[in-house]
Design a protein around this ligand. Structure first.
Ligand SMILES: NC(=O)c1ccc[n+]([C@@H]2O[C@H](COP(=O)([O-])OP(=O)(O)OC[C@H]3O[C@@H](n4cnc5c(N)ncnc54)[C@H](O)[C@@H]3O)[C@@H](O)[C@H]2O)c1
Length: 376
């Protein structure tokens, strides 16, 4: 079902509560939030949000996705749009009257809406700060009003450029100067964490903070600087894979299906309430090795081209050499660990980009035309 910001539908059926479909966790851990229920996902048409919506629907929830489609795409959720237990609201989280109604009608909120990606942050620092700070503040205020639980999607960026690997949740943070706009993302997300913890402490709003490390998989776009879709697109097109600096900087990539399994587990867990937990893979790979692996798996004839950061970004761009999580806390809390290998994820992303390059119409493109999304 599709709604505009005023809540008038061009489908039928509201997001009616269907009760809790079982409160027990598979391994007997304490659970506060039932498996089914009425769920609001902000940023629900985004990369992670769309996979989360799929998982929650499979768990028996009704799902409302609110998204302004700034970096998200309707195609990501087009395959869900006709399901009566799913609705899409094309609106910004800054619209407080719409958000008031959506939060009131929900049992729980996954707050994923944010200005995301290094390119976007450097290009639009005002939008980054305002969306990430004011949007989160609005969600928390409404969650307090209606006593709803909120999961906040934070980021490994909050650790900044600390060399103290692997990063643990209560580590000190090392950030660059405010004059460098790339740090605005880390700081705005850190402020979200402070706010969420403050609402929890002062007003007893049930919150949980997931610090996501690099999350990858189908539907991720390279348009905002994400490395895997960017390199895969180049490999599939037979173009040089552009690796920044010497390529020895490393990252840990976790499949989005593993990440959303962690998010729903955290939302259900009583032990995670009021806590910050790292979510990611501990398997480290250099960007150069990643590029070579993509070329191999894609059976591409592309070569690798090294590009200085200063060419790709501003002259004062700073990057982290490594970013490795310690995931002991979420392992202890949920028994969670990633299950999908990087190679399996890469194969899927390569298949997705190969199909696109061959001119296969995006499934959502046809439906978007048929459904005619009502603009906010
Ligand atoms: N993908 C990663 O590797 C990663 C890593 C760390 C943290 N995160 C966090 O996970 C969340 C989801 O990120 P993603 O990777 O899916 O990116 P994404 O860009 O696909 O998702 C963000 C979504 O929020 C929407 N949005 C932005 N501003 C909005 C607003 N004002 N109102 C309503 N919707 C708005 C966008 O249109 C988009 O659909 C973000 O909070 C991000 O900070 C992602």
């Amino acid at each position: 079902m599709l709604l505009n910001g005023n809540g008038s539908a061009n489908g039928n059926g509201g997001a009616n509560g269907n009760g809790n479909g079982g409160n027990g966790h598979e391994d007997g851990r304490r659970v506060t939030f039932g498996r089914a229920g009425r769920i609001l996902i902000t940023g629900g048409a985004g990369f992670i949000g769309s996979h989360l919506a799929e998982r929650l629907l499979a768990m028996g929830s009704t799902v409302t996705a609110v998204d302004d489609l700034s970096t998200g795409r309707f195609e990501n959720i087009a395959h869900l749009a006709e399901r009566p237990e799913f609705r899409f609201v094309h609106e910004t989280v800054m619209n407080e009257s719409v958000m008031d109604r959506l939060v009131c009608e929900s049992d729980m909120i996954y707050h994923l809406a944010a200005a995301v990606g290094v390119n976007l942050i450097i290009k639009s620092p005002v939008q980054t700060i305002e969306t990430n700070v004011l949007g989160t503040e609005a969600v928390l205020r409404l969650a307090r009003r209606y006593r709803r639980k909120v999961l906040i999607a934070s980021t490994s960026e909050v650790y900044g450029k600390s060399d103290n690997h692997p990063y643990q949740e209560d580590d000190d943070r090392v950030l660059g100067p405010t004059a460098r706009s790339r740090w605005a993302y880390a700081e705005s997300k850190a402020l979200d964490e402070f706010l969420a913890l403050a609402y929890h402490k002062e007003y007893r709003v049930p919150v949980v903070i997931a610090r996501l490390f690099n999350t990858v998989g189908p539907r991720q776009t390279g348009a905002y600087g994400m490395v895997i879709p960017r390199l895969v697109k180049q490999a599939v097109a037979g173009e040089p894979l552009t690796v920044y600096a010497d390529g020895r900087q490393s990252r840990c990539f976790c499949d989005v299906r593993d990440v959303v399994r962690a998010l729903t587990g955290l939302a259900e867990s009583a032990d995670a309430e009021g806590e910050i937990l790292n979510v990611g893979s501990e398997q480290e790979i250099t960007i150069l090795e990643l590029a070579r692996r993509i070329i191999g798996l894609a059976e591409s004839g592309s070569r690798i081209e090294f590009v200085p950061y200063q060419t790709a970004y501003d002259s004062d761009f700073e990057d982290m050499r490594r970013r490795v999580p310690n995931t002991g806390k979420i392992r202890r809390t949920l028994g969670w660990a990633p299950r999908i290998s990087l190679d399996d994820t890469l194969r899927e992303v390569i298949a997705e980009f190969t199909a696109k390059a061959a001119g296969a119409p995006a499934a959502g493109a046809r439906k978007i035309a048929a459904a005619r999304v009502i603009p906010a």
